[in-house]
Design a protein around this ligand. Structure first.
Ligand code: SF4
Length: 685
């Protein structure tokens, strides 16, 4: 007789790939995932999901999955039990603090992990170690959004919900390729256009939405600030501004008006390569719309002047009175990782506590100290690039990297590897033996998003539940359990023993999340923040009454355009831009271990036919790419998606060496790397 098949179960959870936050139904049988289906009533996805969320779950049963902790002995990583691994980590952290003080320890938390795990990591660093040296990968992508939006409006989040954005009659989509990188949002934007909204796309490449645009602006990489000032110049010159809003709800108009006098369309055309005519067409579309909305991505932030870019873009919405009013849908960043918003919301940042209270603000510290029962350091901690610099200089005794393959994803990767190898204790929590794990002293195997309990916050500030669809392999623990276990090995009980308790405690530290709980999310599905009270619905649209700045006003910014860190020259005549493709996700550690690899098996170097002819490259053949920092090999793909002088590749295949090419130039305000502008040369091998 054959055994009866195990019954199918369904688990409702939130996608662990991009920041759209699609609700998924995960079907399992006998403890294995058999299908992932989009939830019909998902508040963001409404029955849709993309190729990543639906099909990229083969990594769960990959034979390459780490199943035991690893400890380096005599130069080699060897499997050990949890007690031995945790004891080694605890002794190493104690030793680092004893030798160099609390600031000799640093941790990189994870935008892939849940809110509760991020809350616990930052609490561990601040309470157990006694330092603010904790950061997350938003440093590498949207830290300029956090800084820029906070400076312009007061809070670090998109100003409107996506349900509002798709009611816009004009969309300005800047530096984003949502059709591939955020496909469910890409489809919703496209539907909005098909219903009649006008569309302006600003992106150097012919990204999917550009095919449907009324105007496609193709600025030279690194010239965004000049482009946005050019658009603002036209708005002012043609009276396409909301004077009442500017008088009553904004500051900084005289300074901006003076600055914009230097950005007439023809000068902007000279800087950006966008014709004055196109610039004026775009400004008039945005300026004459009744309900315009701005959506943007990493093409705005990952620059030497990324924060200035965000603020100059925000200027457009302020000039039009299209933020905090019914006359538009504000400024909305498309977050890359599933929980990059939440990791920052939870205070996994060196200068900000949960809920964005500054560590330098006595009132914010006092709130946290009352809950945690220990003093919080006033001095901001190290940012990720500063952690690596400190490690290389011998100033860091221990570094804990959680769920980030920093040796593959951070810029100037050779120097990141040097930092890890120099640091006396590197601990890495990972699913696979990543490039970072290979260099660690201790590797801790942890659970994936399909195996854990908690919440994520998506790109329009919605808390949603994450539930375990399957149990992790026997020896694997969640990050939540691991952080608790390391604290316990150091003799400290961190409290909040469950994810639900951790979110509740976070709400005491950060009242802006005080109305959100697991129980409520189980009943209601999604709750946006700010939500200070369980009886309130949460705010989908921010700033209706006042902006969250000290004076309650939106702040126009008057930052001049400054050139990018690298310019093409005779030795490196092309500009490399990196970004995402549809089937893969970030370093590809999960999407390359399963069926999605067949959909998109190699990384390509996209280049224009003129450049291919000039450098002797043919479609489908290997190309060697060199920058001032390193070398990579990619397969050339010839087409007109890029313009002459620019090449493009993804960062999904770290083995090709893409981030050995990128520079350590970084946003002057937030240290976000300038991934979008690297001068390179190409040749046949
Ligand atoms: Fe949705 Fe993004 Fe997941 Fe695709 S990757 S299913 S768009 S959340």
């Amino acid at each position: 007789t054959s055994a009866s098949p195990a019954a199918e179960t369904r688990t409702r959870t939130t996608c662990g790939y991009c920041g759209v936050g699609c609700s998924l139904e995960v079907a399992t049988q006998g403890g294995e995932v058999t299908a992932v289906l989009p939830a019909r009533d998902g508040p963001v996805n409404r029955g849709h999901a993309c190729v990543k969320g639906r099909f990229a779950h083969g990594f769960l049963t990959s034979p390459e999955r780490l199943t035991r902790p690893l400890l380096r002995r005599d130069g080699r990583l060897e499997p050990v039990g949890w007690d031995e691994a945790l004891g080694h980590v605890a002794r190493g952290l104690h030793a680092a603090v004893a030798a160099g003080g609390p600031d000799a320890v640093a941790a990189i938390s994870s935008a892939r992990a849940t809110n509760e795990e991020n809350y616990l990591v930052q609490k561990f660093m601040r309470v157990v170690i006694g330092t603010n040296n904790v950061d997350n990968c938003s440093r590498l992508c949207h830290s300029p959004s956090a800084a820029g939006l906070t400076a312009s409006f007061g809070l670090s989040g998109g100003t409107d919900s996506f349900d509002d954005v798709e009611r816009a009659d004009c969309l300005l989509v800047v530096g984003a390729n949502p059709v591939e990188a955020h496909p469910v949002v890409g489809a919703r934007l496209l539907q909005c256009v098909l219903r009649g909204a006008r569309l302006v796309v600003a992106d150097p490449r012919a990204v999917g939405l550009a095919l449907h645009a009324d105007v496609h602006l193709r600025p030279r990489p690194g010239t965004n600030v000049a482009l946005f000032h050019g658009l603002a110049h036209v708005l002012l010159a043609e009276g396409l501004v909301d004077e009442e809003f500017l008088r009553d709800r904004a500051t900084g108009l005289p300074e901006l008006t003076e600055l914009l006098a230097d950005y007439p369309p023809q000068r902007v055309a000279d800087i950006t390569g966008v014709s004055a005519e196109h610039l004026m067409d775009a400004a008039r579309l945005y300026g004459r719309a009744e309900r315009p909305a701005i959506v943007y991505g990493l093409g705005v932030t990952e620059h030497l002047h990324g924060t200035d870019g965000v603020r100059s873009l925000a200027n457009l919405a302020i000039l039009r009175g299209a933020v905090g009013t019914d006359r538009g849908y504000g400024v909305n960043p498309l977050r890359g990782q599933n929980n990059v918003q939440g990791a920052s919301d939870m205070g996994a940042l060196p200068d900000l506590l949960p809920g964005y209270g500054k560590v330098t603000d006595p009132a914010a510290r006092a709130r946290a100290e009352e809950v945690w029962g220990v003093p919080v350091r006033e001095r901001p901690g190290l940012r990720i690039p500063q952690m690596f610099a400190a490690a290389r200089a011998g100033g860091l005794g221990a570094l804990w990297v959680i769920g980030e393959d920093v040796c593959a994803t951070d810029p100037d990767a050779n120097r990141v590897a040097e930092a890890l190898e120099t640091c006396p204790l590197t601990v890495c929590s990972e699913l696979f033996l990543s490039e970072t794990a290979r260099r660690a002293d201790v590797v801790l195997p942890v659970a994936s998003w399909l195996e854990k309990d908690g919440t994520f916050v998506n790109f329009d500030r919605r808390f949603q539940r994450v539930r375990p669809a399957v149990a992790p392999p026997r020896e694997i623990r969640t990050d939540f359990e691991v952080v608790h276990a390391v604290a316990a090995a150091m003799g400290v009980d961190l409290g909040c023993p469950t994810p639900a308790a951790a979110l509740a405690e976070c709400g005491w530290v950060a009242p802006v999340f005080g109305g959100v709980s697991h129980d409520r999310l189980d009943r209601e599905g999604a709750v946006p923040w700010p939500c200070p009270d369980p009886g309130l619905p949460g705010e989908t649209k921010l700033y209706r009454a006042r902006f969250a700045t000290a004076d309650g006003k939106a702040h126009l910014a008057a930052a001049p355009y400054l050139p990018p860190g690298e310019q093409p020259d005779d030795d490196y005549p092309l500009v490399l831009v990196t970004g995402r493709r549809w089937a893969h996700y970030n370093s590809g550690s999960m999407t390359r271990r399963g069926g999605n690899l067949q959909l998109d098996p190699v990384d390509f170097l996209d280049m224009h036919p003129d450049d291919a002819a000039r450098y002797g490259l043919r479609d489908g053949e290997q190309a060697v790419v060199e920058s001032r920092h390193g070398r990579a090999r990619l397969v050339a793909r010839i087409g007109e998606e890029t313009v002459p002088g620019q090449v493009f590749c993804s960062f999904h295949f770290p083995a090709s060496g893409v981030n050995r090419l990128t520079s350590d130039h970084a946003d002057t305000v937030t240290s976000c790397p300038e991934y979008k502008v690297t001068a390179v040369r190409v040749a046949a091998p």
